[in-house]
Ligand binder design. Structure first.
Ligand code: MEV
Length: 361
């Protein structure tokens, strides 16, 4: 059996602006995981999952080796990850084989509601890692990330890929997104995914690792209401597909300055990081005011205000509209601000998620 797990993620700065080609964000991978267990199958392939593709995915092959899907399946990330990796396997002349994938998740609550910790990205990364080992493709981390992004483009064309980068590389990262529109067009034109690893649309994109800020604690609160990132990103965009904030350049500039300043603060061990996270919350509030999209729900506002009252720096993580809020505080030990924030969150119906950064891989 092959077992691969991929961590969830949190956005610390750069949301929405990172969706534009060349946009950037700061993220951290967290120690909650999607786990994929792969066993070789005899006469068919199956995906079983408590959290994904509630309709089971099942397939056989015809005489030419092409997959015939037996069960109806939603267009989902697992299917996209399998399809992209099988395309790569085929272009390398390797024979197809059957396998069963069992998928489990720590990124949902007991009733299956998603926390907003990047479960779609994590499941894509974990499935690709399992198939990479199964077919002995020998992919590098960067190639696995690129394959995951190429798979995701079909399911969610607007996704920046920041979650995939955090899930693949772990730790704290600064991420710059490639031109996914160009990659999508080029994929349709060239057919094989491997040739796209060197496509010019990746120019200027990539991941740089940031040092762990030793003197800061990371807290995460869950609002209890899941949000649809795709719907929110769509709502924030104008007819040209750019965030509908006026003036756009000022939003993009403010967002990028937060990302740059946060990366610089982490390089100094975290000094000045709290101020930057404060600013990043205001940048999202201005985006919300000018686009009319509710990023900070009442529960997210309460979550952030409580943390700020106790000296933390807080903001929605990701698209907002529910999901999680993220807080950085100075490390002060027992009875420090973290304990006070958590107590008041609980009194206000906000669930603290116990998690920590997943180390860089
Ligand atoms: C959502 O988690 C973060 C957004 O920037 C979308 C994305 O990066 O794909 C809003």
């Amino acid at each position: 059996m092959i077992e691969k797990r991929a961590p969830g993620k949190l956005y610390i700065a750069g949301e929405y602006a990172v969706v534009e080609p060349g946009g950037s964000a700061v993220l951290v991978a967290v120690d909650r995981y999607i786990t994929v267990r792969l066993t070789e199958g005899a006469d068919r392939g199956r995906v079983r999952s408590s959290a994904y593709g509630r309709t089971p995915l099942e397939w056989v092959r015809d005489d030419a080796g092409d997959r015939i899907i037996l069960e109806h399946h939603p267009t989902d990330y697992v299917f996209a990850a399998i399809t992209a990796t099988e395309q790569l396997r085929s272009s390398r002349g390797l024979a197809p084989r059957y396998y069963d994938l069992d998928i489990s998740s720590e990124l949902d609550d007991v009733s299956g509601q998603k926390y907003g910790l990047g479960s779609s990205g994590a499941v894509t990364v974990a499935v690709i890692a399992a198939l990479d080992e199964f077919y002995r493709l020998g992919l590098t981390a960067t190639e696995r990330f690129k394959l995951a992004l190429l798979a995701t483009i079909d399911v969610s064309p607007d996704s920046s890929g920041g979650d995939l980068a955090a899930s693949t590389f772990g730790g704290w990262i600064r991420y710059s997104s490639p031109d996914r529109g160009a990659l999508r067009t080029h994929r349709a034109a060239v057919g094989t995914v491997e040739t796209l690893f060197a496509d010019r649309a990746w120019a200027g994109s990539g991941v740089s690792r940031l040092p762990h800020p030793n003197h800061l604690d990371l807290l995460v609160g869950w609002t209890g209401s899941p949000a649809s990132t795709e719907r929110l990103v769509e709502q924030v965009r104008d007819a040209e597909g750019r965030p509908a904030v006026i003036p756009y350049d000022s939003f993009a500039g403010d967002s990028r300055a937060c990302v740059d300043d946060l990366a610089a603060a982490f390089a100094r061990g975290g000094e000045g990081a709290l101020d930057v996270v404060h600013r990043a919350r205001r940048v999202l509030q201005r985006l919300s005011a000018s686009s009319g999209v509710l990023i900070e729900t009442a529960r997210l506002r309460a979550l952030c205000d409580i943390a700020e009252r106790h000296g933390g720096a807080a903001k929605p993580s990701g698209a907002g509209g529910g999901d999680c809020g993220v807080v950085l505080t100075r490390t002060e030990g027992p009875a420090g601000p973290a304990d006070r924030i958590i107590r008041e969150w609980r009194e206000n119906g906000i669930l603290p998620l116990s998690l920590a950064p997943h180390p860089a891989t």
